[in-house]
Design a protein around this ligand. Structure first.
Ligand code: ADP
Ligand code: ASP
Ligand code: MG
Length: 408
């Protein structure tokens, strides 16, 4: 008998028919003698619908109130799934995040899980029930509802699996595993049977939304055995492995990630002197805006330099306003910005021991006439920023250039 945590995403619970299919799948696992905890997302489109309602009232609603609203989506699906389970002869109980004490910090809309009280869940499991828990939500120390950021149900599932020391955490979604790149962008993408935890972490942090980054961080920290599978088909899916010595099929590159939510800001003609980077980025950090890539040019005249950085597109207007103020104080020449850029990244632990990956990447992009605007590298990834109109072309060109295509 194993203890299994299963998570079903929005499309997987997107209709009554799909919820019934999930209940049947859960029942099949239980009939094999396993204990099941099921974490669900809101029905597909529901979180966006709720966000839209809020924005019709206020462009930037109070984050606390937004969490109260957004958490309702998952409350609907836990109840419906528990009913569907009961209807197929599988005793079940639903719980909101607060009811099972998914304690988070106070950062509304992007809260982090601190602790989970597993006792109530264990009691139900011991009584032979399936436990159905609302993903994406928790509660802070004041008892206020918090949410974990878009895609946060993945993190709820992994955190619950860690708290219960589950034998496996299975993330059921609308694709049958992790692919070499998003199969919706490149139909020739190949499903990976295994991917190392480190590579999955990079893929998620660079924009692959198949798993929320924090869920992968949790899995790494607590060594949760994690698998991504389809809720529409049967199959083994993709196992996230901790076996670093055996990277994916010994490939140099295991995947290509991309992020459409990027924006770039540049301040031109700032004095080239100590403290400038801090003066530019300090106020951005104070506004809780995360900065991703940073490039400072060499000062050609020895006096002034240009400074460019990227932020999430949602933060772009605020970052631009802050930067304009700073630029004024610094006596900079000009501030420019561009919210029509994307980031494409090559990921692979095999990259460490192979030279020439970057030049092959740049050659493949040049062949398609794609201009690279920024570049950044780490041990196991190379990222480039390009105009958003080149996203599909760039991903497909790199996919082919590195031999990731499915053999046809
Ligand atoms: P869910 O609602 O089940 O959480 P998501 O839409 O959040 O599903 O994540 C699944 C989607 O992730 C897929 O439909 C696919 O378009 C996208 N995706 C992005 N990168 C990858 C990848 N490398 N492998 C598989 N899917 C990916
Ligand atoms: N319902 C939330 C969202 O759409 C959380 C999730 O699906 O993981 O982002
Ligand atoms: Mg998701």
């Amino acid at each position: 008998m194993a203890l299994i945590v299963q998570k079903y995403g929005g499309t997987s619970v997107g209709s009554i028919e799909r919820i019934r299919a999930v209940a049947e799948r859960v029942k099949r696992w239980r009939d094999r003698g396993h204990q099941l905890v099921v974490v669900v997302s809101a029905m597909s489109g529901e979180t966006d619908r709720l966000l839209n309602l809020a924005k019709q009232i206020q462009p930037c609603p109070d984050p606390r109130e937004l969490d109260v609203l957004l958490s309702t989506g998952e409350q609907v699906t836990i109840a419906l799934l528990s009913m569907a389970l009961a209807a197929c002869g599988c005793p079940a109980r639903s719980y909101t995040g607060a009811q099972v004490h998914i304690l988070t910090d106070n950062v509304h809309n992007k809260a982090r899980i601190r602790d989970i009280d597993a006792a109530r869940v264990r009691a139900d499991l011991d009584a032979g029930r399936v436990v159905v828990i609302a993903g994406f939500q928790g509660v802070n120390e004041q008892g206020d509802i918090t949410t974990l950021g878009r895609g946060g149900s993945d993190t709820s599932a992994v955190a619950i699996a860690a708290a219960l020391k589950a034998d496996e955490c299975q993330i059921y979604t609308d694709v049958d595993g992790v692919y070499t790149t998003d199969p919706r962008i490149e139909p020739r993408a190949r499903k990976l049977d295994r991917i190392t935890f480190e590579e999955m972490l990079e893929m998620a942090s660079l924009g692959s939304k198949v798993l929320q980054i924090r869920s992968v961080e949790f899995a790494g920290k607590y060594r949760v055995p994690l698998r991504v599978l389809s809720s529409f088909d049967e199959g083994e899916g993709t196992l996230i492995t901790f076996d670093e010595d055996n990277p994916v099929e010994n490939a140099k590159i295991s995947g290509i990630a991309f992020n459409r939510d990027e924006a770039k800001l540049t301040v031109l003609g700032v004095p080239d002197q100590p403290g400038v980077a801090y003066q530019i980025l300090g106020p951005i950090a104070e506004a809780n805006i995360e900065v991703d890539m940073i490039v400072q040019n060499v000062a050609p005249d020895g006096q002034t330099t240009d400074f460019t950085f990227t932020v999430h597109r949602n933060d772009y207007p605020q970052a631009l306003a802050i930067l304009r103020k700073t630029a004024n104080c610094l006596g900079a020449r000009e501030v420019t910005g561009d919210a029509t850029i994307v980031k494409i990244s090559l990921v692979g632990v095999g990259m460490r021991s192979h030279a020439g990956i970057a030049s092959r990447m740049f050659a493949a992009l040049a062949k398609e006439g794609i201009n690279i605007r920024m570049i950044s590298t780490s041990e196991i990834k190379i990222s480039v920023v390009v105009d958003e109109k080149y996203l599909e072309l760039g991903v497909r060109a790199l996919h082919a250039a590195f031999g990731l295509d499915r053999p046809s």
